[in-house]
Ligand binder design. Structure first.
Ligand SMILES: Cc1cc2nc3c(=O)[nH]c(=O)nc-3n(C[C@H](O)[C@H](O)[C@H](O)COP(=O)(O)OP(=O)(O)OC[C@H]3O[C@@H](n4cnc5c(N)ncnc54)[C@H](O)[C@@H]3O)c2cc1C
Length: 263
């Protein structure tokens, strides 16, 4: 690594000041430290958010779940409110990476990083969740902007994610054997306002699938999902899978998710 200074503020206000002055937020370091070791990232100052208790809170607030940015995946997976109000989210957190990644990785780090194959962005987008930051509130539909890109501005910190609790939801993924990242993941969530379907791992960033949403809003069945032709022209093709394979996975995983949701 290149040399850097390290700050561990105890309050959000201090963290915001340090980040505004150019400090790079550090959550669990699961992505950031690896990229610093590879010298792909060379921040002059790290601002460790791990000492700010308020960023770790997880609470049910009416018909919403509010999850602090520094909640670790293992904490989300084990939280009683998440498990009872939004089991698909607990399941997602429980199946990220391996035990060490789940012990250190955070929801805020995952959402800020917006890896095109990360799990959480699909839940945030499918839930129509709100990303709460040190400056404002950003709707999920406006937040994710493609490959590792988000609406966050320099120095802006995610403080929490607010998830409306769905009537039913399921996350299905096919794990890549080496990393456990999804080769493709599909998150479906049903609300009074309709069904939202978000896909991760298949394109340059997480995206909603309008064709599947329309079909499931007309008829919430696996058969209805199966009738939707998935266009593969803008999907990823790499050493792990072709675009056509990923398109097929989107269809199959959605059908499975719907079948599970129906029960
Ligand atoms: C082996 C391995 C397997 C994995 N498997 C999966 C998987 O199956 N599914 C999955 O979804 N993910 C997976 N991950 C990713 C992991 O779950 C982490 O969420 C991700 O690496 C981000 O890590 P972190 O939370 O420690 O954030 P960091 O690495 O500390 O930070 C990541 C980025 O976000 C910024 N940041 C962090 N917190 C904030 C904040 N509050 N506000 C603004 N910016 C912030 C940092 O500055 C940095 O740019 C895997 C990672 C590894 C190493």
């Amino acid at each position: 690594m290149y040399a850097f200074t390290f700050e561990r503020p105890a309050s959000l206000a201090d963290a915001v000041k340090l980040a505004a002055a150019g400090g790079k937020p550090l959550a669990g370091g699961q992505t950031l430290l690896a990229s610093m070791k590879l010298r792909l990232s060379a921040p002059e100052q790290l601002v460790d958010l791990g000492g700010i208790a308020e960023l770790r809170a997880i609470k049910k607030d009416g018909n919403q779940l509010v999850i602090g940015a520094m909640a670790r995946h293992a904490e989300v997976a084990a939280n009683a409110d998440v498990k009872s109000a939004y089991p698909a989210l607990a399941w997602l957190a429980e199946h990220i990476g391996d035990r060490q990644v789940r012990a250190m990785g955070t929801i805020g780090g995952s959402v800020a990083n917006n890896d095109p194959a990360a799990c959480y962005p699909s839940a945030v987008l499918a839930s129509g969740a709100t990303v709460v930051t040190s400056k404002r509130e950003i709707a999920a539909d406006d937040f994710f902007q493609g490959l590792f890109a988000t609406a966050l501005e320099e120095g802006e910190l995610i403080t929490a994610i607010r998830f409306p609790i769905p009537k039913r939801a399921v996350y299905e993924k096919l794990r890549q054997k080496a990393s456990h990242f999804p080769l493709v993941g599909v998150f479906i969530a049903q609300y009074d306002a309709g069904v939202r379907v978000a896909v991760t791992g298949a394109g340059s960033g997480v995206f909603r699938h309008k064709g599947l949403e329309d079909a499931l809003n007309k008829d919430f069945s696996a058969k209805s999902a199966a009738s939707v032709k998935i266009d593969d022209s803008e999907l990823n093709s790499d050493l792990h899978a072709s675009a056509a394979y990923r398109a097929n996975l989107i269809s199959v995983l959605t059908q499975r998710a719907v079948a599970k949701a129906i029960g």
